[in-house]
Design a protein around this ligand. Sequence first.
Ligand SMILES: Nc1nc2c(ncn2[C@@H]2O[C@H](COP(=O)(O)OP(=O)(O)O)[C@@H](O)[C@H]2O)c(=O)[nH]1
Ligand SMILES: [Mg+2]
Length: 323
Amino acid sequence: MQIALLGTKKVGKSSILKVVFQKMSPNETLFIDSTSRIEEIKVENNPYTKYTFVDFPGSFEVSQINTQDRKILSKCAMIIYILDAQDQPYNKPLEKFINIVTEVHSFNPDCMFEMFIHKIDGDMFVTEDLKLEAQNGVSYLLKADIQERKLPEPGFFLTSIYDLSIFEALSKILIKVSPQVNYIQNMLDNLMNYCRIDKVYLFDVINKLYIATDSTPVDLISYELCADMIDVVIDVSCIYGISGNDNVASAFDRKSTSVIKLDSGLTLYLREIEHMLALVCLVKEDNFDRQNLIDYNIDIFKDGVKQIFQAHEKLLKSEENKS
Ligand SMILES: Nc1nc2c(ncn2[C@@H]2O[C@H](COP(=O)(O)OP(=O)(O)O)[C@@H](O)[C@H]2O)c(=O)[nH]1
Ligand SMILES: [Mg+2]
């Protein structure tokens, strides 16, 4: 699956990809060179989440699109447009966005469009209200053009590489392009009801994006707790669990599991589900009294996920053979 990142210069496109997928620390992004030609980042942490992110240079203008750009954009399932929230006024970048959507929609009508209102960590956005005001402003400025040209409406996300908002936004949009997620979500809802779990995420252990969650709303606090737990488990395994020749990937295997009890009365519980995929859930301590029941249901969930992924693989293979 191919996803392109577009936007004007210096808005943070390359920084986002490097921080989320290449473990660069946010401060280091201050020193990255500007992107002069199209760069690809392949993400394949397990056989079921395969993405190619295409980082376009900020100088790309859709009015001067060449055959190579067109070929790439016609294969994209999604385009993420990055807008620098700290660089007002927004008229010019929004005009660029509308031109891109108009053009790409004409030759790739199935492509989805998402907008990251990025660098929302600035002094101008200290309160949640100010952040929402920025989002409403952008949505208002785009509305007339979108309606007039009958273009698909983009989803909006407030993001920054200095907190988990960029991970959360990417998790949400990748779920939109993953066909198997609806089934997994249903299974997570069942698991939650049977085991009286408060919130459950299925995490890609390497980049800490969740590939599915139950249908209750995601709040940053529960996401952060569960993502931190993965760090703790991997760190402890790396220090005490693997020998010198092993790589980091072997710090997480079929036997990986962990229980952390919090002062707030909540228990965090982690279990391996598939290669580099972890189920992390938040359960009230009182509801964690019968752990074997939870384990039993997680085992059933695990089997279900395996079947869904196998069916998906089969479908992909038969599509590949056809083309
Ligand atoms: N404050 C802030 N700065 C960011 C953020 N993301 C990227 N930057 C900075 O924006 C600048 C341009 O980033 P770069 O990734 O090269 O932008 P690109 O040209 O769109 O690829 C760098 O100095 C980054 O450190 C963010 O979330 N917040
Ligand atoms: Mg760049």
